[in-house]
Each structure stands twice: as C-alpha cells, then as structure tokens.
Design a protein around this ligand. Structure first.
Ligand code: RP5
Length: 159
C-alpha cells in the first residue's frame, strides 16, 4: 500500500493537548475545499517524526503548513527551517504565561525564516485557516470563490 497523498494544508500540533484550539478551524478548511491532515509531532519530544512528516508533505506538494504549539513553541520555526512553503504559527495558551511565551517564540524568528504568526488560541487558529485559504486562492479559482463567499457572509454579520 502506498503512502496517503499529501494534503494541501498540513496541520501540525505540538501535543494532543493542543487539539481543542484547532477544532473550530478544521470546518473552515473544509468550507474552503482544502484537503488537510492533522498530525501531532512535537519539535522537542518527537524531532525525527517531525522531520519525516514535514519532508514527506513538502515532497508530496503540501502548499501551506499550520503549526500549533504552546509554551517554548519552536514547532513552526522548525517547520519553516525544513520547507520553503508558507508556515502559519498558532500560539497556544497552555502554560502559566498564558500564551505570551508561545506568541513571542513564534513571532521572533530570525531573518530569512519567516513564520506568519496569528493570535493566541482558537481565534488565531480560525485566522490560520482563512490565511491558508487566501494564500492558496492566489492560484486556485475555486478556493478564491470560497474565500469571497466567506467575506460576503461576514459582511452580512456572519463569522
Ligand atoms: C507544547 O507544550 C505543546 O504544544 C503544548 O501546548 C504544551 C504542553 O504540552 P503537553 O504537556 O500538554 O503535552 O510543546
């Protein structure tokens, strides 16, 4: 049996405890018609797995990576070091510093290795899904239509 095809959007989590943060973002990815897969691969606890997953996705054509992590959140930065595809980082409020630790870890990347960091928690995760769709909409008309529909819905008071 061959490996599963690479999703358009690969969602990586630092821990299973980060799952609730991404839950409301996954239906948005579906709404935009984006194939996606969620994998737990900690930069610190499972570095070899993380390298394997990112390299396979990169080779398979994944277009955007979303990396969700808390505390000393190095996950999106490490992902950005392994691929030239856009990486969106979602900081999680999982420690006593309530996400400020993860936010600063993600946003303070060295020059040349960008991570597009969104807000802490579920609101950030939802924006990560919208941003992934907007990136992919640059070359995919179907996704561009879904992004426009979403904007029109928000203008009518939807979220
Ligand atoms: C980070 O540490 C994870 O992304 C998570 O937000 C946090 C706590 O992880 P667990 O101890 O709950 O697995 O690496």
């Amino acid at each position: 049996m061959g490996a599963a095809p690479a999703p358009q959007v690969m969602v990586l989590l630092g821990s299973a405890s980060d799952l609730p943060v991404i839950e409301k973002a996954l239906p948005l990815l579906e709404r935009f018609g984006l194939s996606h897969r969620v994998e737990i691969a900690s930069a610190h606890r499972q570095p070899r797995k993380l390298h394997r997953v990112v390299q396979a996705a990169d080779k398979g054509g994944t277009e955007v990576f979303i990396a969700v992590a808390g505390m000393a959140a190095h996950l999106p930065g490490v992902v950005a070091s392994l691929t030239a595809r856009p990486v969106i980082g979602v900081p999680v409020a999982s420690g006593p510093l309530a996400g400020v630790d993860a936010l600063l870890s993600m946003v303070q990347m060295p020059p040349g290795v960008p991570v597009a960091t969104v807000a802490v928690g579920s609101a950030g995760a939802r924006n990560a899904a919208v941003l992934a769709a907007r990136i992919i909409s640059l070359h995919d008309k179907e996704v561009a239509r879904a992004v426009d529909d979403h904007r029109r819905e928000m203008a009518r008071g939807g979220r």
